[in-house]
Design a protein around this ligand. Structure first.
Ligand code: BT5
Length: 334
């Protein structure tokens, strides 16, 4: 990622700016600015240079550009952002980086994944240019016992990003414990957190997020269960803007992984599609049924069994027995 390009894009997003002013504001000579504008053109931007008004972004590229994503962020907390045309799985890529000793925080986005995966090795449909298929490589400072909270943090970040662009309260996102985000009862995003370690760089977590953005339809196998932001909003959604917002929300949420997690939990519970419902949970082949009463302080599910005992689950595949209807997110942090 070229930082000068990020600075240029940040300025250009405010509106047209004379080239002399842009060069001064970004700490570049006119010659350097010209060559950077040329690189932006090569990356798919159409930038008009008007003799009086100066430079202006006419068209931004359809495909994700690292500098474009970074220019939408307020907090520059990532060491680098990579945008790839295609990769088997951004989670596998981030795991590879971590395993060979690269230190995070790094973000990887792909236009398409050929082997995108969910939990238990299930397939994650990741069509070209249709979604945000992304993974973060993170070496968290907090003790490892807090790391399992990351799925809950990420689920809330995704829900909040969706709320920021989609205003129909009937379609406000709900979190289906532990890792699905649903809108109108259909899955729009899934989360896959994995861990690894390197002798010197230490343990790390890879946080993978798949968010359906611009699909107009889904293959028959998913047509009844999956949806996209485009279907929900009725128009195309700018993926770079969405990516920038998501990274910003993740930064805010991750800062609460140890202290402040209670506030995350309160927001997650308010958006939960499972609390208060009777469900069946598949835990590695064992099926348990009960009433989802609450989340524990780490985000694990408290399930009241038919015999009255309480069981705390850290993972599992949930099937709702008495689904609730989405009624909207709480006003407190919309
Ligand atoms: C998940 O697993 O929901 C986690 C998905 C994580 C995907 C991201 S994309 C970036 C990163 N790189 C990766 O390789 N993975 C991560 P799970 O709860 O196991 O749900 C998987 C199930 O969701 C599948 O068995 C399908 O039923 C369904 N599914 C597959 N693709 C989908 C899609 N695009 N939208 C909605 N549902 C989908």
């Amino acid at each position: 990622m070229t930082h000068a390009l990020v600075r240029i894009l940040k300025h250009l997003r405010q509106g047209p700016v004379p080239t002399g002013e842009l060069a001064a504001a970004t700490g570049l000579t006119q010659g350097e600015l010209r060559s950077h504008l040329e690189s932006l053109t090569q990356k798919g931007f159409d930038i008009a240079v008007h003799p009086l008004l100066g430079c202006e972004i006419r068209v931004s590229p359809e495909s994700l550009v690292a500098e474009d994503i970074a220019s939408r962020m307020k907090t520059h907390w990532l060491k680098d952002i990579s945008t790839l045309a295609v990769t088997p799985s951004t989670n596998s890529l981030a795991l590879e980086y971590g395993t060979r000793g690269e230190r995070g925080p790094l973000a990887f986005f792909a236009e398409a994944q050929t082997a995108g995966r969910g939990r238990f090795g299930r397939v994650w449909e990741s069509g070209e240019g249709e979604g945000l298929w992304m993974s973060l490589l993170l070496h968290l400072n907090e003790p490892i016992r807090f790391w399992p909270r990351i799925t809950t943090l990420a689920a809330l970040s995704v829900a909040k990003v969706i709320e920021s662009i989609q205003t129909d309260p009937r379609l406000f996102p709900q979190i289906k414990w532990p890792n699905d985000i649903l809108c109108g009862g259909k899955k729009v995003a899934g989360i896959l957190a994995e861990t690894g370690s390197h002798a010197q760089a230490g343990p790390f977590v890879v946080l993978g997020i798949g968010l359906n953005v611009n699909q107009k339809s889904f293959p028959p196998s998913l047509a009844h269960t999956a949806s996209s932001l485009r279907v929900l909003c009725g128009s195309r959604v700018d993926r770079a803007d969405l990516a920038g917002r998501l990274l910003e929300h993740l930064y805010q949420s991750l800062s609460k992984i140890e202290t402040g997690f209670d506030s995350i939990l309160a927001s997650v519970k308010a958006r939960s599609s499972v609390i208060g419902t009777t469900l069946s949970v598949n835990i590695g082949g064992e099926f348990v049924e009960g009433l989802a009463e609450d989340l524990d302080p780490d985000g694990c599910l408290r399930l009241r069994m038919e015999n009255g005992t309480l069981r705390t689950l850290s993972a599992g595949e949930v099937t709702l027995r008495s689904p609730r209807v989405a009624v909207g997110a709480p006003a407190e942090d919309r």
